[in-house]
Design a protein around this ligand. Structure first.
Ligand code: 5GP
Ligand code: MG
Length: 204
């Protein structure tokens, strides 16, 4: 039995609940598995597929999304974590993305799926797409749980997206404010007073 979600008095409104998230994550996993199988043109569980698929989650926001998504994928894959920083200090808008870790080693020739929690300005995803393509990956796909309905700074369309959301700052299911709320199991907005008072160390 699934217990009651943690309660945070700072949460204003739940936009997407855990049941809808779980359903959509399964659908996305099916779509990704289908496309990779076509791309590699072999059964993903066959020896020919082994070692060729790498998922690259962008830390820390994509952590919970990744944990759920990869457990819906019934074939061998590896994970290569990467960190990108774009929300320094108290900001709740992107200040431009830059790599905050090394890229995973040995992406050359691999079929890569980049995973992120949310697409906003597009800078994070395009930065990584470019960097991983330059490493000589055989294919690069992008997958986000959420896509904000905003005008992008960089025009990038993810190959897979879970939900479109309005232009609001959201937390939960891996997304933080001031380092907190990642363990809130649904996608939610915070009360404006919280954000106004926050002294953020940045987001991921
Ligand atoms: P972009 O580079 O597309 O502007 O932003 C993507 C990154 O910004 C995401 O990886 C995420 O870390 C952060 N981000 C964008 N919008 C939100 C939001 O509403 N809430 C939180 N917590 N992080 C966000
Ligand atoms: Mg991030």
């Amino acid at each position: 039995m699934i217990g009651a979600p943690p309660v945070f008095i700072e949460v204003e409104k739940v936009l997407i609940d855990r049941t809808r998230i779980a359903e959509r994550v399964r659908e996305m996993a099916d779509a990704i598995a289908h496309d990779l199988e076509q791309e590699l043109a072999v059964d993903l569980n066959s020896p020919e597929a082994e070692g060729r698929v790498v998922f690259v989650p962008i830390m820390t926001g994509a952590m919970i999304f990744t944990a759920d998504l990869v457990r819906e994928l019934p074939f061998k894959l590896s994970l290569g974590l990467v960190a990108v920083s774009s929300y320094p200090g108290e900001s709740i808008t992107s200040k431009g993305a830059h790599l905050a870790s090394d890229l995973p080693a040995d992406l050359k020739g691999k079929h890569v799926v980049i995973l992120d929690d949310i697409l906003d300005s597009g800078q994070t995803l395009s930065l990584l797409h470019k960097a991983i393509t330059e490493q000589g990956a055989a294919s690069v796909r992008t997958c986000v749980l959420l896509s904000k309905q905003v005008e992008r700074v960089v025009d990038i369309k993810p190959d897979y997206q879970g939900f479109e959301i309005p232009d609001a700052f959201v937390v939960g299911y891996g997304l933080d404010y001031n380092g907190y709320y990642r363990n809130y199991p649904e996608i939610a907005t915070l009360k404006p007073t919280v954000i106004a008072d926050g002294s953020s160390e940045g987001h991921g």
